[in-house]
Design a protein around this ligand. Structure first.
Ligand SMILES: NC(=O)c1ccc[n+]([C@@H]2O[C@H](COP(=O)([O-])OP(=O)(O)OC[C@H]3O[C@@H](n4cnc5c(N)ncnc54)[C@H](O)[C@@H]3O)[C@@H](O)[C@H]2O)c1
Ligand SMILES: *[C@@H]1O[C@H](CO)[C@@H](O)[C@H](O)[C@H]1NC(C)=O
Ligand SMILES: *[C@@H]1O[C@H](CO)[C@@H](O)[C@H](O)[C@H]1NC(C)=O
Length: 306
């Protein structure tokens, strides 16, 4: 995640009923015989887990149980992320970078950030890189090219079925185009697919994986976490856009103070929201729909914040 020669000390936090399982995870980590693992701290104690950490990947969340109302689910997750936000504030290194994976990821990240007044809002993010990678992969399959020849797809908004996978600024490169850049929209040459099945496939992919595996995506989510953190810390290649759920500063007319997935580039450990991209009427509607969802969720969550 941080390069081939960057040692790490892993702090693993889980809840008390999972302690045996956590021990199993530690055994597996040991058995990877990774020379970069310079230590493992496995604990159920928040202070021990969060003390002096530089990076936090918050995966644990309350899953939806049979018959559970969305409001109750939100309440349970607000409880978790309020406590973890405060622990970050109190115990973590001041330049800690936080990635929230546990769902609802955007709002959980917002709660954590709001619960850590001593840390900059720009240091909190949520994972939409998996959606980004899914969009790239669907385009590469469609064009029968390698996935690394697909550039600058964008995921806007919530990590949910209302997310908007946008290829209006995406292009393909490399041998497929004789070294020339070519716009994805032109190369695919099928707007009905791009504005229909492509979007719904990416939006529903998480659900499709759960339906097939009876479990939420694991390897692809882990890869997306690695991609997100590596790019944030080490920077994106020149001209390359990736998607991150970050604190909205009002870019593209999106309401401020939401964690919303934007197109970003990263350099020197900081992300910048890419400015000035054209947003057509079709896209505008999609951006607003997913924004509205996040605003509603924020309002509901604010009842549990205090
Ligand atoms: N944003 C994304 O792209 C994305 C992708 C995949 C999964 N997810 C989400 O990530 C979450 C985890 O998924 P998973 O498949 O790894 O689930 P999982 O159940 O396998 O693992 C979650 C772990 O978190 C622990 N946990 C629960 N509450 C905790 C707490 N308060 N403190 C510390 N640990 C706690 C659980 O005991 C469990 O070990 C889910 O919410 C899932 O929906 C998001
Ligand atoms: C996080 O916070 C530190 C210290 O406040 C700051 O220097 C750094 O640039 C921030 N990192 C981001 C935005 O990723
Ligand atoms: C936003 O996305 C999350 C993650 O998929 C989902 O759990 C949540 O229900 C969505 N928000 C709303 C208001 O639908």
């Amino acid at each position: 995640m941080f390069g081939k020669d960057q040692p790490v000390i892993l702090h693993l936090l889980d809840i008390a009923p999972m302690i045996e399982s956590l021990k199993g995870v530690v055994m597996e980590i040991e058995d990877t015989a990774s020379p970069l693992v310079h230590g493992v701290v496995a604990t159920t104690d928040l202070q021990e887990a969060f003390t002096n950490i530089n990076y936090a990947i918050l995966v644990g969340a309350m899953p939806r149980k049979e018959g559970m109302e969305r409001k109750d689910l939100l309440k349970a997750n607000c409880g978790i992320f309020k406590v973890q936000g405060k622990a970050l504030n109190d115990y973590a290194n001041k330049d800690v970078k936080v990635l929230v994976v546990g769902n609802p990821a955007n709002t959980n990240a917002l709660i954590a950030a709001l619960s850590a007044p001593g840390l900059p809002k720009e240091n909190f993010s949520c994972l939409t890189r998996l959606d980004h990678n899914r969009a790239k992969s669907q385009i590469s399959k469609r064009l029968n090219i390698n996935v690394n020849q697909v550039h600058n797809v964008i995921i806007w908004g919530n990590h949910s079925k209302t997310q908007y996978p946008d290829v209006n600024h995406a292009y393909i490169s490399g041998s497929a185009t004789g070294g020339e850049k070519s716009q994805v929209r032109g190369a695919v040459a099928d707007d009905a697919w791009l504005q229909g099945e492509f979007i719904t496939t990416v939006q529903n992919r998480g659900g499709a994986i759960i339906a097939a595996r009876k479990l939420s995506s694991a390897a692809s989510a882990a890869q997306a976490i690695v991609d997100h953190m590596r790019d944030w810390v080490k920077g994106t290649p020149e001209g390359e856009i990736v998607s991150m759920g970050v604190w909205s500063d009002g870019s593209y007319g999106v309401a401020k103070d939401l964690i919303y997935s934007f197109p970003v580039t990263c350099q020197d450990g900081k992300y910048t929201i890419v400015q000035g991209l054209d947003v057509d009427a079709f896209s505008r509607e999609k951006l607003e729909l997913t924004e509205k969802e996040l605003q509603e969720e924020k309002e509901e969550a604010s009842a549990f914040l205090h």
